[in-house]
Design a binder for this molecule. Structure first.
Ligand SMILES: [Zn+2]
Length: 66
């Protein structure tokens, strides 16, 4: 039995429902990647925080997609 961090627990949980998430930038479907981040089919990546939630905010410089 391995010790799961909140981050891994949360990523595991979310991976069961990953099909309901859409990328906030391009609205593509997203997948959990290596239980540590969320990645869409256009390679936009969002990390799980230590607290176990997903940081869906984007960096200002990456906000130029229109
Ligand atoms: Zn995307």
């Amino acid at each position: 039995m391995s010790k799961m961090t909140k981050k891994v627990k949360s990523a595991t949980y979310v991976s069961k429902f990953e099909s309901i998430f859409k990328c906030p930038i391009c609205e593509a479907w997203m997948k959990v990647f290596e239980l540590k981040s969320f990645i869409c089919s256009n390679n936009h990546t969002f990390d799980f925080t230590k607290q176990g939630y997903i940081n869906l905010t984007t960096h200002p410089n990456e906000n130029e997609v229109q």
